[in-house]
Write a protein that binds this ligand. Structure first.
Ligand SMILES: Nc1ncnc2c1ncn2[C@@H]1O[C@H](COP(=O)(O)OP(=O)(O)OP(=O)(O)O)[C@@H](O)[C@H]1O
Length: 261
């Protein structure tokens, strides 16, 4: 590796990663890097391997071969839980909050390593646990305010629309103070006005230095948000570039037309 022309080191590196399911190669020798502070889009036709790539990066699926690094550390064999501890967070295409719990409770449950979870800590340091709980509640309320859901904080999550669930999911991942967020189709099933809120909130989080990797079929959202885009097709990296450049690339147009045929 050369250092002369190197910018800041990547926050996430995917090196020759493959995932095979029997005879099917869902991800085929993918390599890419995510730079600190960027919003990187991951697009491609249905079945291209984007969700599998997310599963591999998040650690819910183990690679058949290749390496995944967070910073300089090889995390290829680490559990999803350990990766969350390294600052990697993930949202799902269809968020599934606990429907009967309040929004506030749903956000609080997304905390990492709270002392209240530990019986001994509760027993030995009740004051400290109470202070942590109060601070966490305050932070959760701030996050609900940030995603414009504060007025519903004490309502059960089942009352939320699809778009509001995406916003709740954003608040939930922010509770863990992640450095990198994997966003799986934040625009899917969201009405136009809430979509504007989601775009605006993602941008605001990004401006605080949080890095995003974003799967999205809504190309308007991708071109408005992403600094750079990777295009996957048939498990492979087809090309990468600015949203404008990739949307005009004949290989990308061909891949989408082929996928739709
Ligand atoms: N657990 C699995 N077992 C077998 N095949 C799988 C599994 N997960 C994914 N696949 C296959 O891997 C390929 C890539 O799927 P993947 O869901 O990653 O694509 P995608 O780009 O996310 O698609 P979409 O945009 O439709 O969500 C598909 O052919 C899919 O059927």
């Amino acid at each position: 590796m050369t250092t002369a022309d190197a910018g800041p080191p990547p926050v996430l590196s995917v090196r020759q990663v493959s995932k095979r399911y029997g005879g099917l190669t869902a991800v085929d020798a993918m390599s890419f890097e995510v730079r600190p502070g960027e919003i990187l889009g991951l697009i491609g036709p249905n079945g291209a391997g984007k969700t599998t790539m997310f599963d591999l990066v998040a650690g819910s699926v183990a690679p058949s071969s290749g390496q995944i690094l967070i910073g300089k550390d090889d995390v290829s064999r680490e559990s999803a839980h350990r990766r969350i501890g390294r600052g990697l967070a993930r949202t799902f295409q269809i968020p599934k909050p606990f429907p009967e719990l309040s929004l506030l409770e749903n956000v609080l449950l997304a905390r990492q390593g709270q002392a209240g979870e530990q019986l001994f800590a509760n027993f030995l340091m009740p004051g400290r646990v109470r202070a942590q709980e109060a601070a966490a509640r305050e932070k959760a309320m701030e996050l609900l305010d940030f995603v414009l859901l504060k007025r519903l904080a004490h309502e059960p999550a089942r009352v939320l629309s699809g778009g509001q669930r995406k916003l709740l999911e954003l608040a939930r991942v922010m509770m863990a103070e992640p450095a990198i967020i994997l966003l799986d189709e934040p625009a899917a099933g969201v009405n136009a006005s809430l979509l504007e809120v989601i775009i605006d909130r993602i941008r605001a989080i990004n401006e605080t230095g949080v890095t995003f990797l974003l799967i999205e079929h809504n190309i308007d959202m991708v071109s408005r948000l992403c600094h750079r885009v990777l295009v996957m097709a048939s498990g492979q990296l087809l090309c990468e570039g600015t949203p404008d450049a990739v949307s005009q690339d004949p290989r990308v147009i061909e891949a989408y037309l082929g996928g739709a045929a």
